[in-house]
Design a binder for this molecule. Structure first.
Ligand code: C2E
Ligand code: CA
Ligand code: CA
Length: 749
């Protein structure tokens, strides 16, 4: 359930990231398009301004050519005021070559004479009036009054002066509007551009395209028809029309004519010292820009799609790489390299984070190191894999298993009931056995160390404790053991002793106590047993049964035994020198020491080094040890041949006690305290009596250990036992106390 939630969250985050990216890309594209379109508009407006400027220049130059011509004509008329008519006909060829409609002059009464031969009175025309007032002039568009076609014409006029400087007529040239229209650039914007020239009342004098707007039309009226809705007055509209571009800003100037939108530019042009002001308007349909931009937009989108496709592919590729890397890292961190399943880290993480109660079990495969040796590394790995396969197949909803290392697994059970757990563990043990059988290995079984998981214990601690508990399971028939705090404490103490042993030995913390042995009949001291005591730096005394078993397990006992041997020999030698009544001292020798190489040589060397007669040292060997067989008996006999007596310790406790006697490598039997303790009953007393009688008959010397009471002593006196060692006569004592018991022989004796 958790996994699906995580997956849903993941998908949601992917989708949201995708949409955010998409929105950003769309916004970026829109912004890009906007900027490109803006730059197009800017460019277009610049071009429009250029076109309008060029037109204004062209117009100016056309006007100035005609003005110069008119000036020379006027000059001629002024020179010969009386021959104006004759001269007029002389100008006819000039009129043709300048593509003029006619050249003419007006008399002061307004009668117009033209090269075309028709005379009309034009006293009401503005060009005549202005001429008579002494100003040169260009007319707005006019209907030709001197031609029956009434073509649209433009008239340029100039006053004619007499000698006194008075105006006595007006010279004029008339030309068709079309001629000037031709001068307006028609081919701007691939033939889509229009240019017109209008006066300050909006009347169109020249047009490059009559379909856009014709001459004599009023551009202001036409615009008002289309754009009037947007303005409160014509004045406001004209303000809008003539507004100048703000510096550095695209003004996006548009007008509407006949429902079609145009970008435009207006350029003023003036003649004759600004007495005439016209305007050049250049336009291009807005749709022209859209068409041009559509092409770029197509390419922009193409590019964006390519970039997007490339980007998405890269992201997918990177993600695949990343997830593969993540999977590999996860595998390294959380998967067992042998089973491919969960490892300890994952186990601790999952159980630690999600579980609050239950049992943690450390499972060990029995004798796996030996199995591994027997079947080889590869097969033993296969065995672990088969076990894991079965285990993970069997894993239930309230369980979680992981492979720890080699033959060890961690198991978690969300149970509270111990009975249920034990039943399940036995089931698993059978499953593991079956798995091993599939690998043709029949001797495999499992052990379980259990620690209860819950409040007050964290996962790390719980795992560690379950691992400790499995040690107990090794000695347990059920193969299951629980972590026990007390036992653990002892184990820690033992470990502490083991760790400190070598240092303690070098610091000579081990002291020897002597427990005397007495002749049963005379109660005279006849020997002693050397017993070790560990006196720590702080004065606390550790008894041998607390540390000897530990040293026997790790092999360090050999060091201690040899140390005791050296010390005892040195004491004996010293007491000999002091001429004391030295009696033999028996030294305990453990199994590991007896098995160590050249033990006889090493021990004899110690004795010889002190120049000690060998009979003063005896060796105590445990009965169970002596059952080890021929080799040991040969070893012990070698000691005996060197003069060292061998004592069988704890006689009567091992079940092979009697058969041991067959080895014939002992001189003395030390009857164990347990037999003495049994003397309280008739049966016990008889048993001890018979044992002593029998062994005496076999020729052994008998020492009885652990005699504590007078009654015990009294009973033993009649059994024929030779020596007695027990608290009744003496407890183990320091070397100083013990040496005081030895009577110094009189000097010279
Ligand atoms: P053990 O060899 O059987 O030593 C006799 C034990 O019986 C001694 O205990 C001694 O103090 C105790 N004992 C003697 N008389 C009486 C008695 O009347 N009543 C009672 N209750 N106990 C009595 P200790 O000194 O604690 O030694 C325990 C064992 O530790 C020894 O048993 C021996 O197996 C081992 N041990 C002691 N010193 C050495 C040593 O230097 N080397 C080795 N390998 N083992 C040693
Ligand atoms: Ca002993
Ligand atoms: Ca003993």
């Amino acid at each position: 359930m958790k996994k699906s939630l995580i997956r849903k969250k993941k998908i949601f985050s992917y989708v949201s990231v995708f949409f955010i990216c998409l929105i950003m890309v769309v916004a970026a594209v829109a912004r890009c398009a906007f900027l490109i379109e803006g730059s197009y508009v800017e460019q277009l407006e610049r071009n429009l301004a250029d076109v309008a400027g060029q037109n204004a220049e062209a117009l100016k130059s056309e006007i100035s050519i005609r003005y110069d011509l008119l000036k020379s004509i006027a000059c001629r008329f002024e020179l010969e005021p009386d021959r104006r008519l004759e001269n007029l006909y002389l100008f006819e060829p000039v009129s043709d070559s300048f593509h003029l409609k006619r050249i003419g002059f007006c008399d002061p009464d307004g009668t117009a004479h033209g090269t075309s031969g028709v005379d009309t009175n034009l006293k009401n025309r503005e060009f005549f009036c202005k001429g008579m007032m002494g100003f040169p002039w260009i007319s707005d568009i006019l209907m030709d009054a001197m031609d029956e076609n009434h073509e649209y014409v433009t008239v340029m006029s100039m006053p004619l002066f007499d000698n006194q400087g008075k105006v006595n007529g007006v010279a004029a040239i008339t030309y068709s509007t079309e001629i000037l229209s031709k001068e307006l650039s028609r081919h701007s914007f691939e033939g889509n551009g229009n240019s017109i020239v209008f006066n300050n009342r909006g009347e169109v004098n020249i047009t490059s395209n009559p379909q856009f707007i014709n001459v004599a039309d009023n551009i202001f009226n036409r615009l008002w028809d289309d754009m009037g809705n947007n303005f409160s007055s014509k004045y406001e509209m004209l303000n809008y029309l003539f507004r100048s571009e703000e510096k550095g800003q695209t003004t996006d100037k548009k007008i509407k004519v006949d429902g079609i939108e145009y970008y435009y530019h207006i350029m003023p042009v003036s003649f004759f010292d600004d007495s005439i002001e016209w305007y050049v308007l250049s336009t291009v349909p807005a749709v022209y820009l859209t068409q041009r931009f559509a092409y770029s937009r197509k390419h922009l989108y193409k590019m964006v799609i390519i970039v997007l496709a490339f980007g998405i592919t890269s992201i997918i590729f990177l993600n695949v790489l990343k997830s593969r890397q993540r999977r590999n890292t996860y595998k390294l961190a959380y998967c067992s390299p042998v089973t491919g399943g969960a490892n300890t880290d994952l186990f601790k993480q999952i159980v630690g984070a999600n579980c609050y109660t239950g049992f943690i079990v450390y499972m060990n495969i029995d004798n796996f190191p030996y199995t591994s040796l027997a079947i080889g590394k590869k097969r033993s790995e296969l065995l672990i894999q088969s076990i894991w396969k079965k285990l993970s197949w069997e894993e239930k909803i309230d369980e979680f298993f992981a492979h720890h290392a080699n033959d060890a697994f961690y198991l978690y059970f969300d149970y509270t009931d111990k009975g249920k757990l034990e039943q399940r563990l036995l089931e698993l043990r059978n499953i593991i056995h079956e798995a091993a059988m599939t690998e043709q290995i029949s001797w495999i079984s499992a052990r379980f160390g259990v620690c209860r998981y819950g409040e007050g214990i964290n996962i790390e601690e719980c795992c560690r404790k379950s691992e400790i508990a499995v040690q107990g399971a090794l000695q347990n028939i059920t193969g299951i053991d629980y972590f026990d705090e007390e036992r653990q404490k002892k184990q820690i103490e033992s470990q502490d002793l083991e760790d400190k042993f070598k240092d303690a030995l070098s610091r000579e913390e081990f002291q020897i106590y002597f427990q005397p042995k007495y002749k049963t009949d005379t109660k005279i001291i006849c020997g002693a047993e050397a017993l070790v005591r560990w006196v720590k730096e702080d004065g606390t005394v550790v008894r041998p049964d607390q540390f000897i078993p530990l040293l026997e397990r790790n092999g360090d006992i050999t060091l201690l035994d040899e140390y005791i041997m050296e010390k005892v020999c040195s004491y004996q030698a010293q007491w000999l020198k002091e001429k004391r009544a030295v009696v033999p001292v028996s030294v305990n020798i453990s199994k590991a020491t007896l098995y160590s190489s050249k033990v006889v040589e090493r021990y004899m060397e110690i004795i010889q080094k002190e120049d000690l007669p060998p009979y003063l040292i005896q060796l105590e060997v445990t009965e169970t040890l002596a059952t080890a067989g021929e080799n040991i008996s040969q070893l012990l006999n070698r000691f005996r041949r060197m003069g060292i007596r061998i004592l069988m310790d704890d006689f009567g406790t091992g079940y092979t006690a009697l058969s041991t006697l067959n080895l014939r490598c002992f001189d003395v039997l030390k009857v164990d305290k347990s037999l003495v303790d049994g003397m309280g009953t008739d049966y016990g007393r008889q048993l001890l009596e018979n044992v002593i009688e029998m062994t005496k008959k076999l020729g052994y010397e008998i020492t009885v250990e652990g005699v504590e009471t007078e009654e015990q002593y009294e009973s033993l006196k009649d059994t024929g036992c030779d020596n007695i060692q027990g608290f009744l006569f003496a407890k183990p004592m320091s070397s100083k106390e013990y040496s005081a018991l030895q009577v110094i022989e009189p000097v010279g004796n």
